[in-house]
Design a protein around this ligand. Structure first.
Ligand SMILES: [Zn+2]
Length: 522
């Protein structure tokens, strides 16, 4: 196992990412491209004024236009900062004479896909071609669903890494369930377009792992936008970031928790308080709502919504014994863990994960970079899959996220080398439908089936080949990235004014100094 840097963003990673572009050579020309489909106006949010506080009719607090805002009550499943995303302009598109990896069934050789009105309209050996449709000949190429990375810190640890853009770890308290990652996301992070160029269409952006309970995640579409609301996946459930082991121990060594037993006591105390909070509020909301409501508490509000089953738990945890402890903890308080993240020893408890329907969001071959990562093995993902749990290839890394197809290829090869029966049809699920399930979105994305969102990648060849690149990427049927068309390559505001276009930078040998990174996320 190669040692890995103990941070999410290192200067080297940032510089490499900025210099190289995603998953392949940078385009010869990098224009000051407007957002695809948006002319020269900003994003799809421009015509969508942000909702005003207290404007939602759904809030029970809305007595009159001058009444209290929705923040007056602690409402289950509240959505105070709703998505303003609207799909970009799309045209009916047929990709035919192509190998289709659906993530829902066996690969279709010489198949075809029809994208229409933002959805997958048809998939099969052949499809109807509507009048006026764009027809793409995919000979020698592959089509897959858009990749879903369920462990990202894009936007919260934006490039270039430095203190000014270090917004991923609120490392001021072991339990910060009151923070929401979306309030740190910088939509102009130049890593977003590189992710799209790697075929990633959906990201879960998480708080870092300094804390026992780090806060809410946010699920984003990888699309240009002025605001984070314009990137938010409409209707996606929130996640809760929790972290085991060495990180909280290290960060809070002086004030505690400083041991694993201290970690466990910290979680239990938080859940005890949250359960009391949930009971108070559920009783108030179910009653006649007379008198003053219970005091609102942001942290307990998030935890209470986990206990109600509205928020999905994403638990950073490396060691098998600790993951087993976390399964017991979840059972003690009556919540479910949706996914163990990193889980380098997941192979040792894969049967327990399958039993409790916990997925494993894992690396292909990271391990050995700290004590709790010591016993990682390359067949981890394949063994978790073979045990019947949902295996997921995640990144926790801005560069790895641009090449998740290659990460899956490594995991596939390692599994086969270890004698585990795994196929390319299995491996494509590790990148698509399984992470979509971890986010509670498997009914909308993650496979090429009629009715699903048309998040689609056309690869130049087999996506598990190191030579293949994402050539075209559609989000909700709109072509937002085309490796062959410089006008379909999104650049963020940051790059327009700061990073030279690749052709202009050639020969200067000069790059802006990039300060050191920030607190640990893995
Ligand atoms: Zn992380």
């Amino acid at each position: 196992m190669p040692p890995r840097p103990p941070r999410c963003l290192t200067a080297a990673v940032v510089l490499a990412a900025l210099a190289a572009g995603a998953a392949g050579p940078a385009p010869a020309q990098t224009p000051s491209a407007p957002a695809p489909g948006q002319g020269t106006t900003p994003g799809p949010t421009s015509a969508q004024p942000a909702p005003q506080p207290g404007s939602a009719a759904a809030s029970p607090a809305q007595g009159s236009a001058r009444g209290p805002g929705r923040g007056a009550l602690s409402s289950p499943n509240a959505d105070p900062f709703p998505s303003t995303y609207r799909p970009f302009t799309s045209v009916p598109t047929v990709i035919r004479n192509v190998t289709v990896m659906t993530a829902a069934g066996p690969t279709i050789r010489n198949g075809a896909v029809l994208l229409r009105d933002g959805r997958i309209a048809a998939v099969g050996a052949s499809v109807d071609v509507p009048a006026g449709a764009t027809v793409i000949d995919g000979q020698g190429k592959y089509v897959t669903p858009g990749i879903v990375d369920d462990h990202s810190h894009l936007g919260v640890y934006a490039a270039p890494g430095g203190d000014a853009l270090s917004d991923g770890n609120e490392a001021t308290n072991p339990v910060t369930s009151y923070v929401w990652a979306e309030h740190s996301v910088w939509p102009q992070d130049p890593q977003f377009p590189r992710n799209l160029a790697g075929g990633v269409t959906t990201l879960q952006v998480l708080p870092g792992s300094a804390n026992l309970i780090g806060g809410r995640s946010v699920v984003l579409k990888v699309v240009p936008s002025r605001t984070v609301q314009g990137m938010k996946f409409p209707g996606a459930r929130y996640g809760l970031k929790m972290a085991c082991g060495e990180n909280p121990k290290r960060v809070y060594a002086n004030r505690g928790p400083s041991t694993r037993m201290g970690n466990m006591a910290g979680y239990r105390t938080a859940w005890i308080n949250a359960e009391a909070y949930r009971r108070r509020w559920d009783a108030f909301l179910a009653g006649n709502r007379q008198g003053d409501p219970p005091a609102r508490d942001l942290g307990n509000e998030t935890l209470a919504d986990v206990l109600r089953g509205n928020i999905l738990v994403h638990n950073h945890c490396y060691r098998a014994d600790e993951m087993a402890q976390m399964l017991d903890l979840a059972r003690e308080f009556g919540y479910r863990i949706r996914s163990f993240h990193h889980g380098v020893e997941a192979y040792k408890i894969a049967d327990l994960m399958a039993r409790d329907s916990v997925s494993g969001s894992l690396w292909a071959d990271w391990g050995g970079f700290k004590m709790e990562a010591l016993d990682g093995i390359r067949a981890n993902i394949a063994l978790v899959h073979a045990a019947g749990a949902r295996a997921i290839v995640h990144s926790d890394d801005p560069s790895g996220s641009q090449r998740l197809n290659q990460e899956a290829a490594k995991a596939l090869a390692a599994g086969r080398a270890a004698g585990v029966a795994v196929s390319e049809d299995d491996a494509i699920r590790w990148l698509t439908i399984n992470p979509a399930w971890a986010l509670g979105l498997d009914d909308r994305i993650g496979s090429l089936e009629p009715g699903k969102n048309a998040d689609v990648v056309l690869w130049s060849g087999n996506p598990f080949s190191v030579y293949s690149r994402a050539e075209k990427v559609w989000v909700d049927g709109a072509l937002l990235y085309d490796r062959l068309d410089p006008n379909r390559q999104w650049r963020t505001d940051f790059e327009l004014g700061y990073v030279p276009a690749p052709n202009a930078a050639a020969g200067t040998g000069q790059r802006p100094a990039v300060p050191a990174g920030n607190g640990g996320t893995r």
